[in-house]
Design a binder for this molecule. Structure first.
Ligand SMILES: Cc1ncc(COP(=O)(O)O)c(C=O)c1O
Length: 269
């Protein structure tokens, strides 16, 4: 294969795919290969270096799948969509519109670049899609989905897209990303808290300063079982963090300050 482009010299952020390690793996592993990159990790909302990964996949003749379940919704936003530069190089992409798409579950999608990638789904069963019915133009979902008698999940997505459009959804994306920055700033400015990092999407990881992992886990469980707040948890850089994934566009700065008060009031000292 042609020499792949020299990977960027700066080390990748912890928790993202390292192009140097990927280059080594693709050079040594026999094919066929597929690389699964992530645009919006579940724990921290991090985005792998997609342009570098795409270039390596091209140079090594390797298929590229991008899990954009969380981050894919950034495409709706003119302000944030450039974070997904390189996404268009993927052969297949997963999107969960029950995250940055405001759908009730289930709303997971698989997008393929070439329709032939769906050929494996093209099953024939005489009682479902008889050849002569198909030739006569009767629609059926076989060939697009393995699911036959499941809920029509595409309908709610179509209704939302028609109602809000890309601009409407983009405005919601902008709002939740803004809320995440506001929360990160509140945490950063607060001596009782430690911020993991500035958010890439709308996930903020933080923990009460000077406490143990066990105390962090206990704070989360107490808030949950007392019905006060639902926070996630994530283990990163060897420590446990509280995780706030902000997805409600109606959140106000007061709500965020209130959340921190709750966490502070629950932390054992
Ligand atoms: C990055 C990422 N990929 C995949 C999934 C799984 O999606 P699903 O539950 O639709 O299979 C999630 C869900 O949280 C996710 O955050």
């Amino acid at each position: 294969p042609p020499a792949p482009p020299a990977p960027a010299s700066a080390p990748p952020p912890a928790g993202t795919l390292d192009p140097v390690a990927l280059d080594e793996a693709l050079t040594t592993l026999p094919g066929p290969r597929v690389v699964a990159a992530t645009a919006g990790t579940t724990d921290a909302g991090l985005i792998d270096p997609l342009p570098e990964i795409a270039a390596l996949c091209r140079a090594h003749h390797t298929r590229l799948h991008i899990d954009a379940a969380y981050g894919g919704g950034l495409l709706f936003s003119d302000r944030h969509r450039t974070k997904l530069t390189g996404l268009d190089a993927a052969h297949t992409i997963t999107l969960d519109l029950h995250k940055l798409g405001w759908q009730p579950i289930a709303a997971g999608l698989l997008a393929v670049k070439h329709p032939r990638d769906l050929a494996a789904l093209d099953q024939r069963a005489d009682y479902l899609n008889a050849d002569d019915d198909t030739e006569a133009g009767l629609p059926d979902l076989l060939g697009r989905s393995l699911r036959t008698t499941r809920r029509p999940d595409a309908l709610k997505i179509a209704v939302t897209l028609k109602t809000l459009g890309r601009t409407g959804l983009g405005a919601l994306v902008d709002q939740v990303c803004e809320h995440a920055h506001t929360l990160a700033t509140l945490i950063d400015d607060h001596p009782a808290f430690e911020l993991h990092d500035r958010p890439t999407i709308s996930t903020v990881l933080f923990r009460p300063a000077g406490t143990t992992d066990d105390a962090v886990a206990a704070v989360r469980r107490t808030l949950l079982t007392h019905g006060r707040a639902v926070l996630g948890r994530a283990r990163l850089d060897g420590r446990l963090w509280l995780k706030a994934t902000l997805l409600n566009p109606h959140t106000r700065p007061d709500d965020l300050a209130g959340l921190l008060k709750l966490v502070e009031g629950t932390t054992p000292r």
